[in-house]
Design a protein around this ligand. Structure first.
Ligand SMILES: O=P(O)(O)OC[C@H]1O[C@H](O[C@H]2O[C@H](CO)[C@@H](O)[C@H](O)[C@H]2O)[C@H](O)[C@@H](O)[C@@H]1O
Length: 285
């Protein structure tokens, strides 16, 4: 992989839950380790790096706590460029989307849905309050209804309640993630579009660019498809079991993601030195 990458511009896209942090029982405690944070920081010093999560942008930023990465929340429906251009260790400064005042620009293709989303959120909280273990999470442009702690015999009633709320709102649909139901605006925008948006706005859509996308969620498949369609880049799924996926590579869990990121940064920093790929990656040709 690194042989192909030599001389090309790498852009790194990372999912959050299950990729940078392990899947845990409480969504509010899905913290990222300091080691992982340091690795992402190093990678972002070398390559433009974006975190694309199903969480709200504010929440994922609060978890990641890095100022040298780009953030997209709500499965890519809430994108913000960082306050200042991120300088790569190659010395390149990618174009950053700025408004006339020089502040960061938000891209929110589902903005008109916000009033309805707020109502849906309130109704879901009311409707699900009596179902033990159900938890509603406000992800700004989408709403998650977690059922990890709901008894199997209560799941059906929970789903019925969610569907009954949605019946009154045209323009929204339901999808499923890991023990979670997600209510999303029906617009043609997903994590794949967010990848394309970043590549375009950063001026990185040419053929010498290699996007690396690491994710584990069903919604990451949209991004894998975009990379496959481009014919260049590395769609990497995080999974410990074989899966039907558009990704071409896999890492078992966040600890392997950590190793991969550390090696990626190390490779870039050392690629001008005499260290061989074998020394960095520990691989045998
Ligand atoms: O796109 P992502 O960053 O992968 O976000 C997808 C969803 O992740 C979170 O839920 C998942 O992780 C939780 C913490 O490990 C776990 O408790 C839950 O069961 C998983 O579904 C997040 O809470 C959701 O809002 C995101 O949509």
């Amino acid at each position: 992989m690194m042989k192909v990458a030599k001389g090309k511009k790498i852009v790194v896209f990372l999912d959050y839950d299950g990729t940078l942090s392990p899947i845990v029982d409480d969504p509010n405690s899905a913290f990222m380790s300091d080691e992982m944070r340091a690795a992402v920081r190093e990678v972002a010093k070398c390559f433009p790096t974006a975190i694309i999560s199903g969480r709200s942008r504010e929440k994922v930023k609060e978890f990641v706590q890095l100022s040298n990465v780009y953030y997209a929340g709500s499965h890519g429906m809430d994108i913000m460029a960082p306050p200042r251009p991120v300088k790569s260790c190659e010395g390149n400064t990618p174009t950053v989307v700025m408004d006339k005042k020089g502040t960061e620009v938000l891209f929110q293709p589902a903005k008109s849905f916000l009033p309805a989303i707020q109502k849906i959120l309130t109704e879901l909280e009311e409707e699900t309050a009596k179902i033990k273990g159900a938890m509603v999470e406000d992800n700004r442009f989408c709403v998650s209804v977690h059922f990890r702690h709901v008894k199997d015999e209560d799941y059906q009633i929970l789903e019925e309640k969610v569907r009954s709320v949605l019946e009154n709102y045209a323009g929204f649909h339901l999808c499923w993630g890991k023990k979670v139901m997600e209510i999303r605006p029906t617009i043609e925008w997903d994590k794949g579009h967010a990848v394309e948006y970043f590549l375009e706005t950063l001026g990185l859509s040419n053929s010498d660019v290699l996007p690396v996308y690491i994710g584990e969620d069903r919604t990451d498949e949209d991004a894998f498809k975009v990379i496959q369609r481009r014919g260049q880049g590395y769609p990497i799924i995080v999974t410990s079991i074989p899966k039907d996926t558009k990704a071409s590579y896999s890492l078992i869990d966040p600890s392997e993601v950590l190793t991969f990121l550390l090696r990626l940064a190390r490779w870039r920093k050392s690629s001008s030195s005499s260290r061989s790929l074998n020394q960095i990656w520990g691989v045998v040709n």
